[in-house]
Design a protein around this ligand. Structure first.
Ligand SMILES: [Zn+2]
Ligand SMILES: [Zn+2]
Length: 325
């Protein structure tokens, strides 16, 4: 099969011809129809996250059809379309897993990081950690939901968003444009913060009440940052009402700058968002079908993964980038 593989951080992905993976016990093999491109993939390529294996096939927003079952797998059957997300496996037995926090399991593994992912024609994943997909969505439409969508949903939840709230989204890329649709569905008013003109236009077109980079027209009841820069944290706090929570959706951030305690005082809270649970995935995918969420996508052939990553880095993707083998 063809696969785009990372041989060393800081180098572009190489188009390699490799044998298709065989599903091990408890795993299924998927013929990949589409794979979303996430900023986390860029962090791996640029060396912000340490490589766990090399060479590595990145990609953790995989949509495809099950085409082979490993030993012991009863479901899903071959031919069923499924989605694969970031969390590949969690132990299920540790204190965090038993508290419903499998996203924080110390033994958790991740698709396209701990094991090969979906920048390829085939991928394997544990059958217990894949998702059935709503029939109405195309492969390309479904792919960005699997990380950008799920993690955006978890971020809104951790920010304590309530129906009718005024919600701030800082940085407007793949994840924010999906979170915006969830927040609107909950009857919220959404303010989108971005310096990019194209991103602001997209936010307004999708229903944001305001888009800009300065002071918003009203204080925020909840906010999520999507930008991979610590400087956005004090900027966001300065826009938030007392008692509001800021969820920081970033797997990698440079430095959180020193800030005046007055930005945090009056019970404002800051919390990070780390991975997502299967429950987040199931809830969000159900919600996505119900709303229904429409992902804005730019589709590139698998071989152009490096170009897709460059555009994620430059912030020039309209919505989410999706690779098609
Ligand atoms: Zn665990
Ligand atoms: Zn991701």
């Amino acid at each position: 099969m063809r696969a785009m593989r990372l041989h060393a951080a800081g180098r572009p992905l190489a188009l390699d011809e490799v044998p298709p993976p065989e599903p091990g016990p408890g795993e299924v093999r998927i013929r990949v129809g589409a794979c979303g491109v996430c900023r986390t993939d860029l962090h791996l390529v640029e060396g912000d996250l340490p490589l766990r294996r090399s060479p590595l096939i990145p990609g953790h927003q995989i949509v495809g059809v099950v085409d082979a079952l490993g030993p012991g797998v009863k479901a899903p059957e071959a031919g069923v379309r499924v989605g694969v997300a970031w969390l590949r496996h969690a132990c299920g037995a540790c204190d965090l897993c038993r508290r419903g926090l499998e996203n924080l399991c110390p033994d958790a593994t991740f698709n396209g990081w701990s094991e090969d992912g979906g920048y390829a024609e085939f991928a394997v994943a544990p059958a217990d950690f894949i998702y059935p997909l709503p029939p109405g969505l195309t492969d390309i439409q479904a792919a960005p939901l699997l990380c950008a969508g799920i993690i955006g949903y978890r971020s809104l939840r951790l920010a304590g968003v309530q129906p009718g709230d005024t919600v701030g989204l800082f940085g407007f890329g793949a994840s924010a444009h999906l979170a915006l649709q969830v927040a609107l569905h909950w009857g919220c008013r959404v303010f989108a913060f971005s310096r990019g003109q194209a991103h602001r236009q997209l936010a307004l077109a999708l229903g944001a009440a305001w888009a800009g980079s300065g002071d918003p027209p009203a204080p925020l009841d909840a906010a999520v940052t999507f930008a991979p820069a610590g400087a956005v944290i004090p900027q966001a706090l300065a826009c938030m009402r007392p008692g509001a929570t800021l969820a920081v959706n970033a797997i990698h951030l440079d430095v959180v700058p020193a800030m005046d305690y007055g930005l945090l005082y009056r019970e404002r809270a800051v919390r990070s968002v780390c991975n997502a649970t299967r429950r987040d995935g199931e809830e969000f995918l159900r919600l996505a079908a119900e709303i229904p969420i429409h992902a804005e996508t730019e589709v590139l052939p698998l071989e152009e993964a490096n170009e897709a990553l460059r555009r994620v880095r430059d912030g020039t993707v309209h919505g989410a980038a999706v690779l098609v083998p």
